[in-house]
Write a protein that binds this ligand. Structure first.
Ligand code: AMP
Length: 147
């Protein structure tokens, strides 16, 4: 195997969110993972799932880190389908290394709640913080209702 990733750098934005050095709209966490809102949402309700332990991306992640993240992806996704949140489907995105579209070097999965017939917004556009906060509240309520 030739892949030799850059070492994990703990000054990345998501590591700072984990250490609570910068704010985030947190919607769910368990012992191994954290879910928070993406501040440049491609759709309403765009979230990121990250492991609490360090790894750069899917390529250097352990099986346990991947399993923990996907377990959380599934749990949160199921809570959003149908009432009360009302998603019709879920898109899952995950990018690795610059050529793969990765911009933040702490493993993360994008959960995009989809509505029938919707379209993705362009990437890298700052979202409206009040709208994201309101969406986070709706998602927290849906997760609590599904528990
Ligand atoms: P990528 O590495 O390409 O999968 O994308 C990183 C994602 O992180 C993008 O969708 C950004 O909008 C998102 N992002 C960057 N900084 C923050 C932040 N401080 N809080 C929440 N999401 C962020």
């Amino acid at each position: 195997m030739d892949y030799a990733p850059e070492p994990y750098a703990d000054d990345n934005i998501f590591a700072k969110i984990l250490r609570e050095e910068i704010p985030a709209f947190r919607v769910y966490e368990d012992a191994e993972t954290l879910v928070f809102m993406d501040i440049m949402p491609r759709v309403d309700g765009h979230m990121l799932v990250i492991p609490k332990t360090p790894c750069r991306n899917m390529l250097d992640a352990s099986a346990d880190q991947l399993a923990a993240c996907l377990k959380t992806v599934q749990k949160v996704s199921l809570a959003l389908l149908g009432a009360p949140y009302g998603a019709d489907g879920i898109s899952l995105q995950q990018f690795n290394e610059p050529a793969g579209g990765q911009e933040v070097y702490h493993l993360h999965f994008h959960i995009l709640p989809r509505r029938d017939g919707d379209a993705l917004r362009p990437p890298r556009q700052q979202g409206d913080m009040e709208a994201i906060a309101a969406e986070a509240e709706r998602i927290r309520a849906a997760i609590a209702a599904a528990a």
